[in-house]
Every structure is written in C-alpha cells, then in structure tokens.
Design a protein around this ligand. Structure first.
Ligand code: P6P
Length: 333
C-alpha cells in the first residue's frame, strides 16, 4: 500500500487522541463506528435491490414513520458498540430510553448519542443520508450510564462526527484537535484520509440552506434574514440557495464551502425539528472545530444544557459572519 495512503486506523494509531484520557478506548469506539459505517454503507448502496427500502410499519418516539433502514442501522450500531467493551450506554434517535449494555458484555467509559440514519426517507429516491454520533465520558458511578451522563452541555463532548453516505461514503470526526475526513475506498474497504485538518473556507461561498416552504410560519426576524439573502432592499448580497433536506449532506457542503445551514423554529413550533443530543450538538462540535459557528439563534449550541434525550432546538451552523448576521436579525423580533 503506497505510503501516501493513511487509513483511519493508521491515523488513530499515531495517537492524535492522546490529549484525551482513555484515548485507547476512544480510538476503539471510533474504529467500531467506522466498521458499522462500512456495514451500513453496503446496505444503503444496494437498498433498491433488497427488501430494505420503505417504512418498517413502526413509528418512533417522535411519531415519525421508521424506515426499515433506520431500524437496520440502529441495530448494527448498537450491537457493534455493545460488544466492543468501551461503551456503557447509548442514546439513540430510535430508542425512547437510554440503551444499557447487555450484562454479558464488558463496558467502558464512553456514552454514545447517535442518529443511526438521518434523512432515511430520502433513500427511496437515492438522495444522500447520514449517521451522526456524539461521544461523551461517563461521570456517574456504577456500570451503566445514567441520563445525567448525557444530559450535559455539548462543550463536554470528547468526540463527535458523521458518516455521509453520498456519492462516496465519508467518515468525518473531531476529538477536539481539528476535523479530519476519510473517504471509503471500496477497492480496499478502508476509510482513507482524504480531508486532513478540514477547515471551513473564509469567507466561503454565499450559500444559504433552509426549507423556505415554512417561511410564512417563521418569526419576522427569520423572514427578514432570508429576504436579505434573496438580495435585500438594495440587492447587495448575491446568495445561492441549496437544500438537500438531509442534514448531513447540507452540513457537509457547508463545512467544505462555507455558507449557512438553518433549521429555525416557527411561531407555533419555536424549537424546530432537529434534535440537540444526537444531531445538533455533534455537528456543532465539528462545525466549531472546522472554524465555523454553531448557534440556536441566540447562543452557542455547546452551552445548551439538554433537558431530555430527544430535545429539539433551532439550528444555525456555518460561516461565522453569517451566523452572527442570523443572530442579529433574530434578536430584532
Ligand atoms: P424538512 C431529515 O428528515 C431531517 O431529519 C434532516 O436530515 C433534515 O435536515 C430535515 O429533517 C429536513 O426536514 O422539514 O425540511 O423536510
């Protein structure tokens, strides 16, 4: 293998996580998540050829239709992490309660918050989907993780990242010392370093990403912000709009090119749709480590203390000058 190829295992082996206590356990969790990502990627890539598309017939804690691939991805990740011996609990979008590790397995110091397959309703129409993960350290006593171990501000995350099942499958993560992206090379079935020390360009492209169908339900400040992106009174800003409707895809583009991704609240639903623990906090961590900002429209996401596992919050992720602009408009409500 040419020496220029650095696999995820090589990268983790050189101890970039040494600044973290229990770095070897963290490395083990990241490797297991990457293994789960390979298994899920295999299924996503041939979904239309197998009986794994469509709804499972179940609804999740949020009352949403669960797709068969949601359940499959959740099972793959929970089983992989449970037998690995480095994890003591899992908070999953697919599970109302915190998942304990079966008694016959060893446990370890980390608690994982996971969205196993975000945007799964897009799979049937062959649009990118993603897995989002957040890794925290257990603080409570005893074998099993407690809610108090995960209902903590995002600033306490040890590591976080996502898998982007797009034209290629990418594994992107941070453990607090920058962001690194790895692309799955199918010829060797390895995640290979393709985006070392990933930084959001500054000022980056003028792209805003939001579902404008909800515009009439937004606050006045949110409406004026997007009107500014349309060209405002003086037509000064020349923005493009890009919205995939799959958070990982919209976020990945924002990280690579700059811009702003938004999922704001509405007047009748001020918290919006996206979940703090396993969607916004992990992507917020990656965003900040890549040089961006992550806000709920008023404050940094990393400072927000979750009240429950599935708490939703408004989301503004992207280039610092655009996040600050959004906060200014929203403050004018
Ligand atoms: P809307 C996918 O269902 C998801 O959870 C995110 O991946 C995405 O950003 C958002 O919802 C899209 O929601 O209301 O625009 O369809």
């Amino acid at each position: 293998m040419p020496e220029s190829i650095v696999t995820l295992e090589d990268f983790l082996a050189v101890g970039k996580q040494d600044h973290l206590k229990d770095a070897h356990e963290l490395t083990h969790v990241l490797i297991q998540l990457s293994l789960a990502a390979k298994v899920i990627s295999n299924s996503v890539r041939k979904a239309s050829l197998s009986d794994i598309l469509g709804a499972s017939g179940n609804t999740n804690v949020h009352g949403e239709q669960v797709q068969k691939l949601d359940e499959y991805a959740d099972t793959v990740i929970v089983e992989m992490l449970s037998k690995g011996g480095s994890v003591c609990g899992i908070a999953s979008e697919e599970s109302e309660e915190l998942i304990s590790i079966p008694k016959h397995y060893e446990t370890g110091p980390y608690v994982i918050c996971i969205d196993p397959l975000d945007g799964s309703s897009n799979i049937d129409v062959n649009i990118s989907v993603g897995t989002i993960f957040s890794i925290r350290k257990k603080r409570s006593e005893g074998r099993d993780a407690q809610l108090t171990d995960v209902l903590r501000p995002g600033a306490e995350q040890c590591a976080a990242g996502y898998v982007h099942y797009g034209p290629s499958t990418m594994f992107v993560f941070t453990s607090g010392s920058g962001v690194n992206g790895f692309t799955l090379d199918p010829s060797i079935d390895e995640f290979v370093l393709s985006h070392p020390d990933l930084k959001m360009p500054s000022p980056g492209t003028n792209v805003y990403s939001v579902n404008e169908a909800y515009m009439r339900k937004w606050t006045a400040g949110q409406q004026k912000l997007v009107h500014q992106f349309h060209g405002g009174q003086d037509g000064s800003d020349s923005f493009s709009s890009r919205y995939v409707g799959s958070m990982v895809a919209d976020f990945h583009r924002t990280i690579l090119r700059g811009g702003i991704f938004m999922y704001p609240g509405t007047r009748d639903n001020p918290k919006g749709k996206l979940r703090l623990l396993y969607e916004v906090a992990p992507l917020g961590f990656v965003c900040e480590q890549a040089g961006g900002l992550a806000s709920d429209g008023k404050q940094p996401v990393r400072n927000i203390h979750p009240e429950d596992l599935h708490q939703r919050i408004p989301v503004f992720l992207g280039s610092p000058h655009l996040i600050k602009l959004a906060e200014q408009y929203l403050a004018r409500n």
